[in-house]
Design a binder for this molecule. Structure first.
Ligand code: DGL
Length: 270
């Protein structure tokens, strides 16, 4: 039994896709969320910068005395996994769980992967998929404009600008005939309605934050690391820029209020 919170982090809002799943799968667990909204996006930056940010983010969560860390960020997962593996608590990322879910789901062995430029160029998803089944054909596409659209709340399926960008990015992958699409950046499930309508109903969308949260839940259960009965559930959200915009999109996405639970921190002085 372990009553400490689970730590989840991302460059911004995307990791909430994992938090939402954790709230459903493990409703009694406490969660500390860190979103580096002051430095988002990570996915257009160089490898060294992403690794430095990732190390700082993980160090912040360790200071919150978390019992496990979930990198709910495709960019960090594909670029800084070794830093996470060296933590003194169990570390989870999104690549393996999402690749396993996609490989199990595809019928025609044609899988699309979309993500940030850093994630797509790392080739981490392609390698993970081919390790699971060398016959899988992978069609990849970086979609860098999706992250600022989500961070700036252009998330409703009615947003024309988001639909146009999606059509432009996803056209070639749809034409390739994929039957499964990994939303390889955790921001993307927040606009899954738009992505789904562009890809068509027959294409299965894989949500890496959700898959990683389920993997983490299973492992904590196995290792007897869930909290004990009656321990009070707490949720705390830390961001590195003004909390207002984060809070409003977060509430829309999570479906409940997080008023009074979001705090701005200064990475230089933590
Ligand atoms: N949500 C993140 C990811 O999964 C990062 C997006 C970004 O900061 O560029 O890649």
């Amino acid at each position: 039994m372990d009553n400490r919170p689970i730590g989840v982090f991302d460059s911004g809002l995307g990791g909430l896709t994992a938090v939402k799943e954790l709230e459903q799968a493990l409703p009694q667990e406490s969660v500390v969320y860190f979103g580096d909204t002051g430095r988002v996006p990570y996915g257009t930056r160089g490898r060294d910068t992403i690794r430095r940010y990732a190390a700082q983010d993980m160090a912040f969560l360790m200071k919150q005395d978390v019992k496990a860390v979930l990198a709910a960020c495709g960019t960090v997962s594909s670029t800084a996994g070794d830093i996470g593996q060296a933590l003194p608590v169990p570390y989870f990322d999104v690549i393996g769980p999402a690749a396993r879910a996609a490989a199990a789901r595809t019928q025609n062995k044609k899988i699309g992967v979309i993500g940030t430029s850093a994630t797509i160029h790392s080739d981490a998803y392609r390698k993970a998929l081919l390790k699971l089944d060398y016959q899988i054909q992978v069609y990849s596409q970086p979609c860098p404009l999706f992250v600022p659209l989500v961070e700036n709340a252009f998330v409703s399926p009615q947003e024309e600008v988001t639909r146009l960008v999606a059509q432009r990015y996803l056209g070639p992958i749809r034409e390739a005939g994929v039957d499964t699409l990994i939303l390889g950046c955790t921001h993307y499930p927040i606009i899954s309605a738009t992505i789904g309508s562009v890809m068509g109903r027959s294409v299965a969308l894989i949500d890496p934050g959700k898959e990683a949260a389920l993997a983490l839940a299973g492992r904590l259960r196995e290792k007897d690391m869930l909290c004990g009965p009656g321990s009070p559930r707490q949720a705390a959200f830390y961001v590195t820029d003004e909390p207002e915009s984060f809070t409003s999109v977060a509430e829309l996405f999570l479906g409940h209020s997080i008023q009074g639970r979001t705090q701005r921190i200064d990475m230089e002085n933590t």
